[in-house]
Design a protein around this ligand. Structure first.
Ligand code: FMN
Length: 196
């Protein structure tokens, strides 16, 4: 089995479209032999942040939070599907990630941003880069930026038309870059266990 990769998505909207990109990435990364899981913040349903995971006494965190902490600790790499609300990342995604800190450390993170319009959520993606870095992840330089998401991916997350072809062309480099950093960080964690 390849790398264990978690794909995070954080829109809570009834008519959300970013799930198409999340599905596309799960399928594409799995087709490369990885063990991939979608982490849909809406389905997990963590409350608005009160206590971080680490602030609960051991064994007393809510079950969904405990399960997710274990999945984050057990992952080799993360992909964040980041939509843009008023130039910022989606609150559902931010809320989920803020619950954890040390659990994220020493692993690579890749950002795939999107929007309904032509700017591809690039402003949110750019802001999100700094946030993930602050949380101890190695944020890779390759990004996927998907504008006009509904014209790029159909409801099943399948690429459509020339925007879809463009996405298919961009994906391998993004995945290769993530795989390189995944191997590099895994090797380094084994060679020199993280100090904390
Ligand atoms: C509250 C809100 C704010 C938005 N702000 C932006 C924005 O700043 N830039 C942009 O390109 N699109 C913006 N959009 C449009 C989104 O790109 C579009 O609705 C997209 O489908 C949202 O992702 P989702 O469907 O996965 O929730 C906004 C949408 C909402 C609901």
């Amino acid at each position: 089995m390849g790398d264990r990769i978690l794909v995070f998505y954080g829109s809570y909207r009834s008519d959300r479209t970013g799930i198409r990109l999340a599905d596309y990435l799960v399928r594409g990364l799995a087709a490369r032999g990885n063990d991939v899981e979608l982490i849909d913040a809406r389905a997990i349903g963590l409350p608005i942040l009160d206590r971080m995971y680490k602030e609960y006494p051991k064994g007393e965190a809510p079950a969904a939070m405990e399960t997710l902490a274990g999945k984050i600790r057990g992952a080799d790499a993360f992909v964040f599907v980041t939509g843009e609300y008023n130039w910022g990342p989606q609150p559902g995604l931010k809320n989920l990630t803020d619950h954890f800190l040390e659990e994220w450390f020493w692993r690579p993170a890749a950002i795939a941003s999107y929007s309904a319009g032509r700017l591809s959520g690039a402003r949110a993606g750019s802001a999100w880069h700094g946030t993930l870095s602050e949380m101890g992840m190695v944020v890779i330089s390759s990004t996927l930026t998907v504008g006009s998401i509904a014209a790029t991916l159909d409801a099943d997350g399948k690429p459509t038309g020339s925007p879809g072809e463009f996405l298919d062309k961009a994906f391998p480099r993004f995945a290769d870059d993530l795989a390189w950093w995944t191997e590099a960080t895994r090797t380094q964690r084994a060679r020199r266990p993280p100090p904390y």
